[in-house]
Design a protein around this ligand. Sequence first.
Ligand code: NAP
Length: 298
Amino acid sequence: MEEKLLKGKPVTEAVYERVAQNLAHLKKLGVQPKLTVILVGEDPASQVYVRRKGKACEKLGILSDTIILPAAISEQELLDKIELLNNDPLNHGILVQLPLPKHIDEDKVILAVSPQKDVDCFHPQNVGLLVSGKPYMLPCTPAGIVEILKFYQIETQGKDVVVVGRSNIVGKPMVNLLLQKRKSANATVTVVHSRTQDISTHIQRADIVIAAIGQPNFIKKEDLKKGSVVIDVGINRVDADNEKGYKLAGDVDFEDVFETVSRITPVPGGVGPMTIAMLMQNTITAAAAQNKIKLPLD
Ligand SMILES: NC(=O)c1ccc[n+]([C@@H]2O[C@H](COP(=O)([O-])OP(=O)(O)OC[C@H]3O[C@@H](n4cnc5c(N)ncnc54)[C@H](OP(=O)(O)O)[C@@H]3O)[C@@H](O)[C@H]2O)c1
């Protein structure tokens, strides 16, 4: 059982080790990387994520600040805060926790963050650089998935990969990362979504399936080719007979597919922890670039 699992923790440890070495290099040169997270409102899930980001920074020795703003803040006030951070040379990364309250235009906010400090890789300039094969920053969750594949020596070059879901946060940037002309990419990528006719026929051809749709237990064993690798990005709450009243489930029916697949990420404990690890890496990348320093480790 264990040998089939692609657990995130050992991969995050390897990433954190690399981040720590790069961080030490920056500090030696007098640069103290800093990440600022902006949280608007009191969404409990967002509060949890923001706390985790702060803790990760603290553990590594990256400076961090969390700016908590009331849900009723105007769009302009938020944009003004971002502009202040854009102009602060001692702050290298800016992350505005999404989702934002309805009266604030997310696209405007994404555009307002300086591309140099856009540690989420959401700014159109950074998306464009990724698409053109010259990325400045890598999108956190997809980059974390590439780290998992590299760590467990799962070849993507020449393989058929099906990405299920086309969101701007996971699906689309995942496709673009896998299309890069590098050994850790070079995949033949198909992307399917809610308007795809017969999703199953596409998934059945895949050597690697990356599921990011937010539908619990959606993919079953009959959808998969025997021996395929499954990366399950989904984090869904399903009812459970326990104290909390729920448990977490992926987009893939783990128990149903387990015998069919060769490797699979568990939920929780697979892709989940990778996002923050890659955010730490991006903060270091941003601090280095803003100070024109080449990092010792890629
Ligand atoms: N660190 C992490 O582990 C991490 C990070 C981010 C997200 N997640 C999780 O990953 C999942 C996806 O997140 P997201 O932000 O990408 O979600 P999203 O923005 O809701 O996008 C979902 C995508 O899946 C597609 N989709 C939805 N239902 C489908 C169906 N029945 N068949 C085929 N495609 C379907 C949608 O298609 P259309 O475009 O046609 O609507 C859309 O492209 C969620 O469970 C989320 O919690 C985890």
